[in-house]
Design a protein around this ligand. Structure first.
Ligand code: HEM
Ligand SMILES: *[C@@H]1O[C@H](CO)[C@@H](O)[C@H](O)[C@H]1NC(C)=O
Ligand SMILES: *[C@@H]1O[C@H](CO)[C@@H](O)[C@H](O)[C@H]1NC(C)=O
Ligand SMILES: *[C@@H]1O[C@H](CO)[C@@H](O)[C@H](O)[C@H]1NC(C)=O
Length: 559
């Protein structure tokens, strides 16, 4: 008895201590936020609290059920991914800038295109909060985990590796893989593995473009695959990507302990195998380079070459900052894979689901595809000639990432005070303030996107040029930033666009997709059900994604 009461006393007092401390921090942050002169929402729990992150959705949705008091700022804002549902509502209520005060930091949300362009332009005033990207350091320092001069050096070398040769490889590989994927999908009555299959596709495109390794498309659906991570580089990369939060939390050292459960040992083996693979390709490439042999072109070999050239240039003139270290090369190869995998895969999943719910857009797509390709077989499709003409396929991508922007972006003022113009107001932002582009609001604000801004309508991206040809509209600068803006924008933008467009072309030239009917359901009801699933079951995990796309199996049929 005494023991229980002692434990509960200790527990209670630590909870009290934590609550008091949080309240004190909240008060300090509130005072500081008041000086901004912007609307304020006070939230009791920090957005970065790791314990809270595990239960936030459950707790807030439970609280919401309490009559009369359930609808408050806590249940509205204090969980990860609230933006998806909110869209531009908060900004319509409070204007282009407002502050969320939490015990951790103050979070300034922005939805004005001019202010956001300014934030992206002033890269050192509004820098990247590097602590959020620590988990990407598993294999070494890289583009995403550094800032300042170090970032400049890495960016210069890495960006040079993404060029038209890469895009061409991406184009060809995506077509091959999508053809096999479609073959598999169309052989089945209904497909519930769409999300997994497009992840496989995007991983395989990355392994070809990144390391020069081709893999045949193989669905995980129902069949057992060889999962010994030591044998297969691709499998090891997949395990590493799927478990990177775990790897980061436990650390690679800890994971090497032999007494861990099999699952964790597998993760460790995968890390080792992936590292070993990178080292062997690296050594191979170095040998080829020394002999003056031109080996296969891929991101890894380009990275090594660009890095060597940079190092040579810097030994001649002292102005240059040198090449990448071996560990920086590994770090960057990993981050390409990390940043390029689920971003594209989740976007493909959203797009296929939207298309299944909108058969008339599928018809609109196949019109374009038949005009461009006529009767040419897929292996004759040409990147340079055909890709630029696939305007409608590209429009489907833009419209999908407009409504479901996969990558969240965060900047902060770090240790300095910054002035920022928001509309007519000059806002003085204190140090240690997060500055967040409200993508969900910016991309749906009626001021920029019109009254039907919440509707998925790819045709809004298509304009007729003077000679009657269709072309992709570019929206006014600063109103669309799914790949970010400025110096630090996504270097894989073209990569993802080419992969997406090629996949769309294969899937929709001669085929149609629709949601499987449940029981006596009518087509229109099934489509409405699918749209509802997209709207109510999408959330931010690491990225924004559909949580249970398998709940709406899809059927493929030939036109
Ligand atoms: C639909 C697909 C994609 C979207 C929407 C997307 C979006 C973004 C965004 C918004 C950022 C900036 C993040 C920030 O500032 O915090 C970013 C950075 C980055 N992306 Fe992508 N991305 C996509 C695909 C890819 C692909 C395919 C690759 C590589 C093959 C890639 C590689 C990178 C890298 C390396 C960075 C870090 C750049 C830096 O910090 O300098 N991304 N991406
Ligand atoms: C949220 O907070 C604001 C400012 O404190 C308050 O005016 C508003 O009524 C709150 N909203 C809800 C739904 O409680
Ligand atoms: C792309 O970059 C590689 C080196 O990384 C270079 O050899 C190749 O010629 C470039 N291709 C184009 C089309 O610029
Ligand atoms: C900004 O100032 C101009 C002129 O002073 C005024 O017409 C406009 O309404 C103001 N805009 C806002 C958002 O207050």
């Amino acid at each position: 008895m005494a023991f229980i009461s002692l434990t509960s006393t200790v527990l209670l007092s630590s909870v009290l201590a934590w609550a008091t401390y949080s309240a004190a921090c909240l008060l300090i942050n509130y005072r500081s936020a008041r000086k901004l002169g912007l609307p304020i929402r006070v939230l009791p729990i920090s957005h970065g609290n790791p314990f809270w992150m595990i239960v936030d959705r459950k707790v807030t949705s439970l609280c919401r059920c309490i009559p009369f008091v359930g609808d408050n700022n806590f249940t509205r804002y204090n969980w990860r991914g609230w933006e998806v549902e909110d869209k531009c509502r908060s900004h319509l209520e409070m204007g282009d800038a407002y502050v969320q005060v939490t015990p951790g930091r103050n979070w300034l949300y922005l939805c004005s295109s001019e202010s956001l362009l300014e934030v992206f332009r002033r890269r050192s005033d509004f820098s990247r909060p590097l602590e959020l990207y620590e988990l990407l350091r598993i294999f070494g320092s890289n583009l995403a985990t550094v800032d300042g001069e170090k970032w400049k050096k890495q960016r210069k070398i890495t960006a040079s590796c993404f060029n038209e040769s890469t895009s061409e490889v991406v184009w060809t590989e995506s077509i091959t893989l999508a053809t096999d994927m479609l073959k598999f999908w169309s052989s089945k009555e209904a497909v519930s593995s769409t999300a997994d299959d497009v992840r496989t596709l995007s991983l395989h495109v990355l392994s070809k473009a990144g390391f020069g390794k081709s893999f045949k498309f193989q669905s995980q659906d129902g069949q057992s695959v060889d999962t010994n991570p030591a044998l297969n580089y691709k499998e090891s990369l997949k395990i590493v990507l799927d478990n990177c939060v775990l790897i980061m939390a436990l650390g690679t050292k800890f994971l090497s302990r032999p007494w861990l459960p099999t699952k964790l040992q597998n993760v460790h083996q995968a890390c080792v195998a992936f590292q070993r693979h990178m080292t062997s390709v690296y050594e191979e490439e170095k040998r080829a380079h020394a002999k003056g042999l031109s080996s296969d072109r891929n991101l890894l070999s380009s990275l090594i070459r660009a890095s060597n050239e940079e190092a040579r240039a810097s030994s001649v003139s002292t102005g240059s900052s040198g090449g990448l270290t071996e560990s920086e090369i590994y770090g960057n190869m990993f981050v390409f894979n990390f940043a390029g995998h689920d971003t594209t895969a989740h976007t493909l999943m959203f797009a296929i689901a939207f298309l299944a719910a909108n058969p008339e857009i599928q018809t609109w797509l196949s019109e374009e595809l038949r005009a461009v390709f006529a009767n040419r077989a897929a292996d004759e499709w040409d990147y340079h000639r055909d890709y630029p003409r696939l305007v409608r396929c590209h429009a489907v991508l833009m419209e999908t990432v407009r409504l479901y922007t996969p990558v969240p972006v965060a900047k902060w003022t770090e240790t300095s005070t910054q002035a920022l113009q928001v509309g007519n107001k000059s806002v003085i932002i204190p140090p240690n303030t997060m500055v967040i582009p409200s993508y969900a609001a910016l991309h749906t604000h009626p001021r920029y996107w019109g009254e039907d801004s919440l509707e998925w309508r790819p045709a809004r991206w298509v304009a007729k040029s003077t000679d009657g040809k269709e072309e992709l509209k570019s929206p006014p600068r600063g109103t669309f930033m799914a790949w970010s803006e400025g110096d630090r924008s996504c270097p894989g933008k073209k990569f993802s666009q080419v992969e997406f467009v090629a996949t769309m072309a294969v899937l929709f030239k001669d085929w149609r997709v629709s949601p499987q009917l449940f029981g006596k359901e009518r087509d229109t009801d099934a489509r409405r059900r699918l749209l509802r699933l997209i709207e109510t079951d999408s959330a931010q995990v690491l990225l924004l994604q559909m949580l249970h796309p398998e709940r709406a199996p899809l059927c493929w049929s030939k036109i």
